[in-house]
Write a protein that binds this ligand. Structure first.
Ligand code: AMP
Length: 406
């Protein structure tokens, strides 16, 4: 189905062509006509499915020409806000519509200027938006279209009260779209409160990793993790690799050691300044850095074209994060690989991931690597799960009892 048949404006179609897209992805084909018909939407789709264009293209078409500030898009992180803002500018380059991007961690000046010049679309993270609303720099009275992107992530990050306060300041008569990979009860209640007879658009199996990704576990002793990482990098023909670590400290440490091993490395986590984060992302996108080491903030939504490999240095603690992390590669049908290093201590997290994705993930060993231990290689008989033991302080010291699994 060509883009032309979906009802987008000429100017937006030119933007799509300039972006190099030849045909709509599944979510675009489903969502664009519904958004153009001004209906409310709940969208769930795998990462990398083209979700941003699925709402941005019809929004640009609906807005048509420069006027009042009529569309608000809320995003959980600064990086996502910046990325979605760029997408709107790209797709809307043949229109006279203007966007303003608003997020914390940087000065107010440029954001205030963009608002003063007049924006049709605001892409914002909740905290700074409320801040600017409080100072009278933003008024949401003309909002006709509200997009709540990555709603489950906003929930995880504790933004729900802020999101609700913002929605209360928007006119009741509006179109609302909510995108969320999962719909926990809190999101369901938000849907009931903020959306009106929404159309459900769900693409693909929500839980499965992107289909084009081949993924495997690499069991290893904790003491050999870094060595295995370096060997994997040496033996892999990659263009760009994203490495995920559990902690900021761990990310810094691995980046330092990889630099010593002569890799061009960027680091992305929330203790870095906004300027450092932008430099890291830009450098990774441009190819200045071949490796980016990140904590989970980078896992959701960040679109870095051509990520060929994802390596989980630590097994993600939440199975959903596994799907999101490895969703960084294989975006929009490009093939990618995802490796997860795992130690016997992480057996429970491995089992939880396999349960979540509903499949057994292969365990692989690399040739000519001197393994100290190959626990879990067959994937059977996981060692005792330490986290399933509840430790309580008693008057006599500590007591241990089995913890009920959630
Ligand atoms: P998203 O899921 O919105 O983050 O998009 C994932 C990636 O797919 C981005 O790099 C987009 O530029 C790309 N993309 C979106 N729509 C299309 C399309 N129709 N054809 C090819 N690539 C696309």
């Amino acid at each position: 189905m060509p883009f032309k048949s979906l009802g987008l404006s000429e100017a937006v179609l030119r933007g799509v062509e300039a972006a190099g897209y030849t045909e709509p992805t599944a979510i675009q084909a489903r969502a664009i006509p519904v958004v153009l018909a001004a209906k409310d939407v709940i969208g769930s789709a795998q990462t990398g499915t083209g979700k941003t264009a699925a709402f941005a293209l019809p929004v640009l078409t609906r807005l048509g020409q420069h006027g009042a500030c009529r569309c608000l898009v809320l995003e959980p992180t600064r990086e996502l806000a910046a990325q979605v803002d760029t997408a709107f500018r790209d797709y809307g380059r043949f229109t006279d519509l203007r966007t303003a991007v608003i997020f914390g961690g940087v000065g107010y000046g440029a954001q205030r200027d963009a608002l003063k010049r007049g924006a049709d679309i605001i892409v914002a993270t909740p905290g700074r938006l409320l801040d600017l609303m409080g100072q009278g720099d933003v008024n949401l009275r003309d909002i006709q279209i509200l997009v709540l992107d990555e709603a489950d992530r906003m929930l995880d990050m504790g933004f729900m009260p802020d999101v609700r306060r913002i929605i209360e300041k928007c006119p009741k008569q509006r179109q609302t779209m909510l995108f969320s990979a999962t719909v926990p009860p809190e999101i369901e209640s938000l849907v009931k409160w903020a959306l009106h007879h929404p159309e459900n658009i769900s693409i693909g199996e929500r839980r499965s990793p992107a289909e084009t990704v081949t993924h495997a576990f690499y069991p290893v002793a904790a003491t050999q993790k870094f060595q295995l990482l370096v060997t994997l990098l040496e033996r892999t023909n990659f263009d760009s690799v994203l490495i995920f670590c559990r902690t900021k400290h761990g990310a810094d440490k691995i980046a330092r050691r990889l630099k010593q091993a002569n890799h061009a490395v960027a680091v992305l986590h929330s203790n870095r300044t906004q300027r450092e984060r932008i430099e890291a992302l830009e450098g990774f996108k441009s190819g200045k850095y071949e490796v980016m080491v990140a904590t989970d903030i980078a896992a959701r939504g960040i679109d870095v074209e051509g990520v060929t490999h994802v390596i989980n240095y630590d097994v993600p603690q939440h199975p959903e994060d596994y799907v999101h992390r490895i969703g960084r590669t294989g975006r929009a049908q490009k093939v990618g690989d995802a490796f997860t290093l795992c130690t016997s201590e992480e057996a429970a997290a491995v089992a939880a991931i396999e349960h979540f994705v509903g499949q057994k993930i292969p365990r692989l060993q690399i040739d000519n690597f001197r393994y100290d231990a190959t626990a879990m290689l067959k994937g059977d008989a996981p060692p005792p799960d330490r986290r399933s033991v509840h430790v309580a302080r008693t008057s006599k010291g500590f007591s241990f009892s089995p913890r009920r699994r959630r």
